[in-house]
Design a protein around this ligand. Structure first.
Ligand code: CP
Ligand code: NVA
Length: 316
């Protein structure tokens, strides 16, 4: 493993993939691969013995919570689940004070919340690494696991085409950045009023010029899926958008990933979804449960990718 990169990553925050170089992401993916093999071999490995990770959740979670908690235990450390319903943060204590106090007890913080600006404020005021476990804008931990999964399935990243169909949400943003960083061509199709923010598209395009990938944004799902190696979708109404569920069901109805749409992808396409999924909405049941789908491999890789992240950021 590259000594310089390992030094660069110590104590670093993980707020979006924008702050990570292609080499740093490659390093994390390699470490994730090694930690996965180590775990499968049954060897104990405790590089984070005595370390404590606080896990702040303002939104629900199955994968993120359980994979981070299990991951830190497997690495010899301890995880502390901190719901904002119980923290004083939920009663109005400033984020900056919370960050300073928690920094004197913990060795790292993972946070899942609504606003990216809150995660940034936490990181600015914390003396320990802060990991973004999902905001309305980004979900970088998921993308790290997704890149690991794509590499496992396809044997490479650069030069592939990834199509994202559906809402231009946190997953779309993070995948677009991750793809650009790793030289993956990225094609997104959303209804006009649900396209990702222009600023994020512009950033991705800028990165893509350096890595040789192409970022394509369209409202036409057939165009996006054309000759894709990987087809990805996510829910049409994310956490916090429950009241828009009915309206969105109607507006996204032409964007379901199903057999008919996938006829336009490469014949050996891989189907991905971060989960939780709504079968019969953004994806048909036969596709998510079919033989092209790797959704459970993706979910498992959350554990390995995040263990790599914790080792890289939290080791002394
Ligand atoms: N994919 C994902 O982050 O799942 P959870 O919401 O269950 O953590
Ligand atoms: N876009 C989804 C992802 C869940 C992992 C949400 O924010 O609810």
């Amino acid at each position: 493993m590259d000594k310089n990169i390992s030094e660069e990553l110590k104590g670093k925050d993980f707020l979006t993939l924008l702050d990570y170089s292609t080499d740093q992401i490659t390093y994390l993916l390699q470490l994730a691969k090694e930690l996965k093999a180590k775990q499968k071999s049954g060897k104990l490995y405790h590089p984070l013995k005595g370390k404590i990770l606080g896990l702040i959740f303002e939104k629900s979670s199955t994968r993120t919570r359980v994979s981070f908690e299990t991951g830190i235990y497997q690495l010899g450390g301890t995880g502390l689940f901190l719901s904002t319903n119980d923290l004083q943060l939920g009663r109005g204590e400033p984020i900056s004070d919370t960050a300073k106090v928690l920094s004197s007890y913990l060795d790292g913080i993972m946070i899942r919340t609504f606003h990216q600006s809150d995660v940034e404020a936490l990181a600015e005021n914390a003396a320990i690494p802060v990991i973004n476990g999902l905001t309305d804008d980004f979900h970088p931990c998921q993308v790290l696991a997704d890149l690991q999964t794509i590499e496992e399935v396809k044997g490479k990243l650069s030069g592939l085409k990834l199509a994202f169909i559906g809402d231009g949400n946190n997953m779309a943003n993070s995948l677009m950045i991750g793809a650009a960083k790793m030289g993956i061509h990225f094609s997104l199709a959303s209804p006009e009023s649900y396209l990702p923010q222009t600023t994020i598209i512009e950033k991705a395009k800028e990165i893509a010029t350096e890595t040789g990938s192409v970022i394509e944004i369209t409202t036409d799902p057939i165009q996006a899926v054309h000759e894709a190696d990987v087809v990805y979708t996510d829910v049409w109404a994310s956490m916090g958008q429950e009241s828009e569920q009915k309206k969105r069901l109607k507006e996204f109805s032409a964007y379901q990933v199903n057999q008919k749409l996938l006829e336009h992808a490469k014949s050996d396409y891989t189907f991905m979804h971060c989960l939780p999924a709504h079968r019969g909405e953004e994806v048909s049941t036969d596709i998510i449960d079919g033989h092209h789908s790797v959704v459970f491999q993706e979910a498992e890789n959350r554990l390995h990718a995040q263990k790599a992240l914790m080792v890289a950021l939290m080791t002394d």
